[in-house]
Design a protein around this ligand. Structure first.
Ligand SMILES: *[C@@H]1O[C@H](CO)[C@@H](O)[C@H](O)[C@H]1NC(C)=O
Ligand SMILES: *[C@@H]1O[C@H](CO)[C@@H](O)[C@H](O)[C@H]1NC(C)=O
Ligand SMILES: *[C@@H]1O[C@H](CO)[C@@H](O)[C@H](O)[C@H]1NC(C)=O
Ligand SMILES: *[C@@H]1O[C@H](CO)[C@@H](O)[C@H](O)[C@H]1NC(C)=O
Length: 709
């Protein structure tokens, strides 16, 4: 945990089971797949000050915020390590006697009066603060209270520090000729220590409680209220009531949908973090090509705690669809942080790897962010809601003002936000409009595809966010990408709402879209470019990695793959409600031998030649079949929207929305029940969760899907 302030104070918890033979490498600290927890997630979280997290480890079930555990007949012993680290290197004052007294209470020897603070210090933004850490374990075990104090700027990798402390104390015990070793910290501190790790050894059930006070309350630190007075049933009931008001789960949703929806929102809000530091940027025509950006702050949600614990630009637009509904102030705050990361050119790095802790989780070759590459400007999804809300508010302004409702306040704040964000939005839009433009007017092309790739069956398009989704097999400057054109249509629609951008909504023009992207033979929308269908991977005669072999020369044509990219005109509501193409698109969505799967709409049609194919010998399919919740959400939302527009296909759209929603929802609920996780994607053959987990980024959109009728 940390406040949203650079060079401030971080605290955290590790635990280890010393009876495991592999205890040395199994210290739990960061969310890592390799720890193999059965499950962990914020079951409830309000994004601000309240959260309940449940973790199931091998022998321990834990609930953090109370860190309690059910009684066990065999009384396992646990070691907790709680740390407080001043990132700005301010020394901490540690009171060893107070620390021992707070844990000795575990033996039933009730301390006379509340124990004094364990740690005191001074740190931004709190000023003076005090931390009181207390623990109680089951009686009968000589509970241990140990510690180590370090002076170090490396507050991001404290698992290592704990290991080193344990090792040092073992050596010391051996040197003294101890007959039995205790796995404990060495009980010493470096001068001026800015990091303290406090260890509690206890019999279960055990409780660890930390009280943090700052400002005037510091001198009375010991009298801080007990956690169970702040946490527990009343707080939980209030959080649940607020959830039910914000996200009423529809009556037709499958049983268990509300539990999943609450855990999804909890996971998303609990994954909101604060990072501070600089990106490394990769400037193609510069020497040196990799340069540090300026130091900046980011408050953002994140896709997945173990796999993607940082900000991702195109994920964030989806996250905000939920966060805006829960807490519009938090949402505007996050959007503002993102827009502040924009370079003067209008470019925003797609992955925000700010600070040491974030960097520790990214392989070095992926750290530099290419300044020529874009990423879907999905923030416009939520900006469009904001702009639509404002238009509505302007119409009903007087009535609302008379009522003095919270809605008016939020409309006013949205208006202020959009006004202040406007120069940045314009810069972003203009950057996309110029740097990502295609050869034909009104067409667009993702940059950074590798035209010289020899091992990829279809060179990836990382900028699009859809990595290995198949495009034209031979990247050229002439190709045109349908999804980017549709993102631009969305962006231009939002920009034109403010009427500051004359005819910017031109990209939403349906006839122009058809001229560039409609394949009349296949009767659907498509990318266009230099493409061959007759390609395969083959091992070269001399051995080595498999390489791409071309059985037929490519030609300029519509790219025949059918999947998420083809569906963007529908998702972005660019097809007129009375156009027969709408009926065709709905038919495609519901065709089980094409796009419809037991997990929802699949990313690539089963009829596509690259369906389920590896892209290289080593890269399994990613966006080549599996169903993703973000796209399914956009599809359901668009179908419902068409279901509200008068037209010949209105009823068809409405029914398709209901059907798709039921399929996606029942699979997600079932998978959550079976595995305890939300997943990055879902198998389009079995419905099973795949990839990163817990993935409470855009998969959390299940919360919105569960609310649709
Ligand atoms: C942890 O909880 C799970 C699910 O409730 C249960 O199946 C399991 O037995 C529990 N494990 C322990 C060690 O209590
Ligand atoms: C922690 O990481 C820093 C670099 O971020 C490194 O210099 C230091 O040695 C690491 N410390 C430990 C104990 O691994
Ligand atoms: C977008 O690009 C088109 C074509 O180059 C140009 O006419 C238009 O003015 C541009 N709009 C903005 C806002 O840059
Ligand atoms: C690809 O190959 C061509 C011709 O060999 C070369 O001119 C070009 O620089 C290469 N592009 C990249 C990105 O390596």
């Amino acid at each position: 945990m940390r406040p949203r302030h650079p060079k401030s104070l971080v605290t955290g918890l590790m635990w280890v089971d010393f009876t495991r033979p592999d205890w040395f490498t199994s210290i739990r600290h960061e969310a890592l797949h390799s720890d193999g927890l059965q499950t962990y997630n914020w079951l409830e979280h309000d994004g601000e000050s309240y959260g309940v997290q449940h973790l199931e480890d091998d022998k321990f079930n834990m609930t953090t915020a109370a860190a309690s555990r059910e009684a066990q007949p065999q009384r396992p012993v646990i070691s907790f390590f709680y740390y407080v680290a001043a990132e700005g290197l301010e020394p901490l004052e540690f009171d060893a006697a107070a620390w021992r007294a707070s844990v000795a209470g575990a033996d039933g020897a009730a301390a006379a009066g509340p124990p004094p603070a364990t740690l005191r210090g001074s740190s931004r933004p709190f000023g003076r603060f005090a931390v009181r850490v207390g623990a109680t374990g089951a009686p009968g075990f000589p509970a241990g209270a140990h510690w180590v104090g370090l002076r170090t700027p490396h507050t991001a990798n404290l698992t290592e520090a704990v290991k080193q402390g344990l090792r040092r104390s073992l050596f010391e015990q051996r040197r003294r000729g101890a007959e039995q070793y205790v796995l404990r910290l060495p009980d010493d501190a470096e001068p001026g220590a800015n990091v303290y790790v406090l260890q509690v050894l206890a019999w279960l059930p055990a409780t660890l409680e930390v009280a943090f006070v700052s400002g005037a309350a510091v001198e009375g630190a010991a009298a801080a209220p007990r956690l169970d007075a702040l946490w527990g049933r009343p707080r939980s009931a209030a959080a649940r009531a607020r959830f039910q008001r914000a996200f009423p789960v529809s009556r037709s949703a499958p049983a268990g949908a509300e539990v999943v929806a609450r855990a999804a929102l909890g996971g998303l809000l609990g994954g909101v973090g604060y990072w501070y530091g600089h990106s490394m940027v990769w400037v193609v025509d510069n020497w040196p090509p990799v340069l540090p950006n300026w130091d900046a702050a980011l408050c953002s949600a994140s896709p997945s705690r173990p796999q993607f614990p940082r900000g991702f630009l195109w994920d964030e637009g989806f996250h905000q669809l939920l966060i805006r509904r829960w807490d519009p102030d938090l949402s505007r705050d996050i959007l503002a942080h993102w827009l502040d990361l924009m370079a003067s050119t209008g470019w925003i790095a797609r992955e925000q790897i700010l600070g040491d802790e974030a960097r520790l989780r990214v392989p070095a070759e992926f750290v530099p962010q290419p300044t020529k590459a874009a990423n879907p400007p999905s923030l416009f999804l939520v900006l469009e809601q904001m702009a639509e809300g404002l238009a509505g508010a302007e119409e009903g302004e007087e009535a609302a003002a008379a009522a003095g409702s919270a809605g008016t306040t939020h409309a006013a704040r949205d208006r202020e936000f959009l006004t202040r964000a406007w120069p940045r939005l314009l810069a972003w839009y203009s950057w996309l409009n110029t740097t990502q433009a295609g050869e034909l007017p009104g067409s667009f092309r993702w940059r950074e595809r590798d035209a010289n790739a020899t091992r990829e069956l279809n060179p990836r398009t990382l900028a699009s966010g859809l990595d290995d989704y198949p495009r034209a097999s031979h990247p050229t400057a002439r190709e045109r990408h349908l999804d980017l054109r549709c993102w631009m249509a969305l962006a231009s629609r939002v920009m034109s709402r403010r009427r500051l951008e004359r005819d910017a909504a031109a990209y939403a023009d349906y006839d122009a879209l058809r001229r560039l992207h409609y394949d009349p033979a296949a009767q659907r929308f498509a990318d266009w470019g230099l493409h061959s269908e007759a390609l395969r991977l083959e091992r070269p005669a001399g051995g080595g990695d498999m390489a791409r072999v071309e059985d037929e020369a490519p030609e300029y044509r519509f790219v025949p793959h059918h999947g998420y990219v083809s569906l963007f005109p529908l998702m972005m509501r660019l097809i007129p409600a009375d156009d027969p193409q709408l009926a065709r698109e709905i038919g495609y969505l519901l065709d089980p031998s094409g796009l419809l799967s037991p997990a929802g709409v699949r990313s690539l049609s089963m009829r596509s030649t690259l369906y389920g194919k590896h892209n290289t010998e080593h890269d399994p399919p990613y966006w080549r079949g599996a169903a993703w919740v973000n796209i399914n959400h956009l599809l359901i939302d668009a179908l419902e929207w068409y279901g509200r527009q008068a037209g010949p296909y209105q009823a068809q759209a409405r029914e398709a929305a209901v059907r798709l929603r039921q399929i996606v929802l029942s699979n997600l609920v079932q998978q959550f029940r079976q595995t305890g996780f939300l997943w990055e994607q879902y198998s389009d053959t079995t419905g099973e969760g795949k990839g990163a987990h817990p993935f409470t980024g855009w998969t959390a959109l299940v919360t919105l899907i569960a609310g649709h009728e």
